[in-house]
Ligand binder design. Structure first.
Ligand code: F3S
Length: 373
């Protein structure tokens, strides 16, 4: 039987490792990752069942990440999807909102500036810290769940003001033309700054490009926060900036990163967009463009985006061979059931995980290489 003491033990680990007395702070919300059956498997499902039978309940506003299947569709192995549904039902019974999306910050789980929260899912953590100005460490699925139940999180890391001050100024010596450049810049940045909070110029042409940048930082690195000039609500004195160590990322570094992520040798079987999930606006923007390639485009979106977009744009979606997939991560059972072995995506995070987790061949293509922009 799992009880609150066990959960407290779990979130106290960072202090125990340092031999310190644990300290906690109240949270206003939680976001839980690691709910995909492909990720947690039978062992994770059993743990969730045990937690549910212990009678514990979530006590703060809590959303959940995408899973592995579309819950109402039968286009994947039915046993796996039954298990995925079971996981979602357990989270509902525990008291989480079944949002099944990695963009909770656009779906109503929007903390206020200065709120302390316990979020897992690295792109969401980076967005909440760097754009909204809420405060969250990069939680694991389990620690976020423990905090969602306890209503508190460990008071360390970027919950402390002094750890939110940038330590290194980073310049980009190339033009961030689009989402792929932004993603590659983030991927290189996450590696080079290690655990130092960076200050970067706001060279992002859209919110979408900024989201792709932050998602990539979370993929390659450990930092939960990037201070983006004129975006992040943190004031840094000119004096502090002038004393900061500075470093640059150049075009050659992002080209090297791109080559290291790609292994597609021939033409793709399918095109995958929406990592992190596309918002309604991003779906609308996509539908305004004409296609350049003839393969199916699968776009991963929150359920409410799929329902609304299919209601308003069913003809356009059909004409353009675009399929909206809800409830699921880009690491989707449909890729396996349809036997796609070669895919392209515009997401650096997507490319990294598709290649390393689903073991498919991956090519990175800009939206302008997929559609007539
Ligand atoms: Fe979302 Fe999955 Fe990408 S959780 S950020 S679609 S790897």
């Amino acid at each position: 039987m799992i009880d609150k003491k066990d959960l407290l033990e779990l979130i106290s680990v960072p202090f125990k490792l340092e031999g310190l007395k644990p300290r906690f702070i109240r949270i206003s919300s939680a976001h839980i990752s690691g709910i995909s059956y492909n990720n947690i498997g039978e062992e994770g499902l059993e743990l969730l069942k045990e937690l549910l039978s212990s009678g514990l309940k979530i006590t703060v506003s809590t959303t959940i990440n995408p899973g592995f299947c579309e819950l109402e569709k039968k286009d994947c192995d039915s046993e796996t999807c039954k298990k995925q549904l079971e996981i979602v039902e357990i989270f509902k019974k525990l008291g989480a909102k079944p949002t099944l999306s990695c963009i909770p910050y656009l779906l109503g789980n929007i903390p206020k500036k200065g709120d302390h929260v316990a979020w897992a899912e690295s792109n969401a953590v980076l967005y909440t810290n760097s754009v909204i100005g809420a405060w969250s460490n990069k939680e694991s699925g389990l620690t976020a769940l423990a905090s969602a139940i306890l209503g508190i999180t460990s008071y360390y890391g970027v919950h402390l003001e002094e750890n939110r001050i940038p330590k290194v100024k980073v310049n980009f010596n190339f033009k961030l033309r689009d989402e792929v450049d932004a993603g590659l810049a983030g991927f290189v940045l996450g590696k080079v700054v290690k655990d130092s909070i960076p200050l970067v110029p706001n060279l992002f042409k859209s919110r979408y490009n900024l989201i792709e940048f932050l998602a990539s930082v979370g993929t390659s690195g450990v930092i939960p926060l990037v201070v983006v000039e004129d975006v992040t609500p943190i004031s840094v004195s000119k004096e502090h900036i002038s004393q900061m160590q500075s470093l640059s990322i150049d075009e050659e570094e992002i080209n090297t990163a791109k080559s290291s992520l790609e292994n597609l040798k021939n033409e793709e079987d399918a095109i995958l967009l929406g990592c992190p999930h596309f918002s309604f606006k991003e779906v609308e923007d996509l539908l305004k463009l004409n296609r350049k390639r003839d393969k199916f485009i699968f776009v991963f979106v929150p359920k409410e985006v799929k329902v609304e977009a299919e209601k308003r744009y069913s003809k356009e979606l059909n004409d353009k061979n675009i399929k909206l997939v809800s409830d699921s991560c880009i690491l989707w059972c449909g890729i396996i059931s349809r036997n796609y072995r070669k895919v392209i995506t515009n997401s650096i995070k997507g490319a990294y995980y598709l290649r390393n987790v689903l073991k498919v061949e991956v090519g990175i293509r800009r939206k302008s290489e997929i559609m007539d922009v």
